[in-house]
Design a protein around this ligand. Structure first.
Ligand code: IMP
Ligand code: MG
Length: 178
C-alpha cells in the first residue's frame, strides 16, 4: 500500500520508509556490538513485532536464535484491556542465553513489566527490551527499553506492524490515526 491510497485520517506520516531504514541499521549495529560472542535469543511479541523484527534480524552480524510469544493487551480499539501471554515453546531451554524481547511499541509498559517479572525467574544471562517506537508520556509502570527506534508523542499510530482493529499492519511506514 502506498501513501497516495491512504484514507485522509491516516495522512500524517510519523516515520517514513527512509527513516525506518536508518533506525534498523543503527539498532542492528548496537545489538551486534553488544552481543558479539554471546548466546542470544531474539524473542518477538506477536503480532506487532513481525515486520520490525524481520528487518532487524537480517541486519545483525551475529548468530542468533529466534522465538516468539504472543501478548495482547488491546481487545479492540485504542485502549488497553486485559493482558494475555502465550508462549509458543518453552523458553526454559534458553536458560543460559541473553534474551532480547522485541515489540513494535512501548506504551503504558504493562506488557514489558509483566513479562520482566516472569522472565526474571527463568535464569537467563540477561533480559533486555527492544522496541521500534516508544510513547514515554503514556507510561504507567517503571520499564524502559535498552534499544529504541524513535520516541513519539501521545498519539495512536499504525503501519510497519502496528494495527488499528487489525488493519494497516502492512503499511511500509508509520502514520498517526486522526
Ligand atoms: P503496553 O503494554 O501498554 O506498553 O502496550 C504495548 C502494546 O500496545 C504494543 O505491543 C501494541 O500492540 C499496542 N499499542 C500501543 N500503542 C499503540 C499504537 O499507537 N498503535 C497500535 N498499537 C499500539
Ligand atoms: Mg503488541
Amino acid at each position: 500500500m502506498d501513501s497516495n491510497n491512504l484514507p485522509d485520517s491516516l495522512k500524517k506520516i510519523i516515520v517514513s520508509e527512509e527513516e525506518i531504514r536508518g533506525i534498523i541499521s543503527r539498532i542492528a549495529q548496537e545489538i551486534t556490538q553488544d552481543y558479539s560472542g554471546k548466546n542470544l535469543l531474539i524473542c518477538g511479541i506477536l503480532r506487532g513485532c513481525f515486520i520490525f523484527m524481520a528487518d532487524l534480524v537480517r541486519h545483525l552480524e551475529l548468530d542468533v536464535e529466534i522465538s516468539f510469544i504472543k501478548a495482547s493487551s488491546y481487545g479492540s480499539g485504542k485502549e488497553p484491556g486485559e493482558l494475555k501471554i502465550v508462549e509458543f515453546e518453552t523458553l526454559d531451554k534458553y536458560k543460559d542465553y541473553y534474551i532480547i524481547i522485541v515489540d513494535d511499541i512501548l506504551d503504558t509498559g504493562n506488557t514489558f513489566y509483566y513479562l520482566e517479572q516472569e522472565l526474571k525467574s527463568k535464569g537467563f544471562a540477561g533480559v533486555d527490551f527492544c522496541v521500534f517506537l516508544d510513547k514515554p508520556e503514556r507510561r504507567q509502570l517503571p520499564v524502559s527499553a535498552k534499544y529504541t527506534g524513535k520516541r513519539i508523542g501521545n498519539e495512536f499510530v499504525v503501519g510497519y506492524g502496528l494495527d488499528f482493529n487489525e488493519k494497516y499492519r502492512n503499511l511500509p511506514f508509520v502514520a498517526a490515526v486522526e
